[in-house]
Design a protein around this ligand. Sequence first.
Ligand SMILES: Cc1cc2nc3c(=O)[nH]c(=O)nc-3n(C[C@H](O)[C@H](O)[C@H](O)COP(=O)(O)O)c2cc1C
Length: 289
Amino acid sequence: MIQTIDPNQISQPDLHNILLTAVAPRPICFASTVDKHGNVNLSPFSFFNVFSSNPPIMIFSPARSGRDNSTKHTHQNVKEVPEVVINIVNQGIVEQMSLSSTAYDKGVNEFVKAGFTQVPSKTVSPPRVGEAPVSFECSVEDVIELAQTPGAGNLILAKVKLIHINEEYLTDGLLDTQKLDLVGRMGGSWYVHANGSALFEIPKPIRTKGIGVDALPQGIRQSEVLTGNNLGRLGNLERLPSKEEIMESLQDLELEDASKNEIHKMAQQILEEGKTEKAMALLMHAEML
Ligand SMILES: Cc1cc2nc3c(=O)[nH]c(=O)nc-3n(C[C@H](O)[C@H](O)[C@H](O)COP(=O)(O)O)c2cc1C
């Protein structure tokens, strides 16, 4: 059964909950800003992403309060001083980041409340978080206010002017996903920790053009064993193997008396070991039985 919901027919908190639970995990923009008097503010926002690398543009959204329609200090600050430092949050600073989201009075410096090191920036007035793995000094190019109603987002378009990377998180000069140990925001009070088995790789279908699931033989597409993910991986191959290639890759396998489903299970295991060509050859062999 599928529930179909008209967003106009449910309460704002219920809609908020569906949107934030379904659209996840979200990266966290830990934004440092200053007001016109130079008072520093630091707050997290998970309505956030990077949208362009040339020019380098990130967008985040401090929304109007669903309770009292007030605007966030961060939103007020970037309208007074159009600059922000976007700090990236990893596991090592997640609890302090959460503390900094407390609704302290305007003018209260969350660097101090949450115990972070305030490091002066080079091109903008807000300081950066010394403990963050990566920080981006940005100019605010635009503030798009979506509405004046409770819960309305305010898109802050930030252009990256300078990047600071803690070298601890580099391998051979490149940012290393495994070392970064990033966290993301889920619905409710849930977070995700991007490490260990939460990280996995999928070969990118960029340089090669996959044949597509529709080009796989029907017996493979309609397998009782293979999953959609298995078919997606097979459809990423550039071509089906030739008869000779099938014979060659099956030399080391014992297939006598194996049923089609047994062969598909074997192929699935080979596929999960990352040997896509070999799995495909085995499946093609089963098609010829
Ligand atoms: C991980 C996390 C993500 C958050 N994301 C958002 C967000 O995207 N938009 C928003 O308006 N508030 C978000 N909040 C709540 C704000 O951080 C909170 O309202 C904060 O007090 C705003 O501070 P300010 O008024 O000093 O700008 C988030 C809180 C946490 C802990």
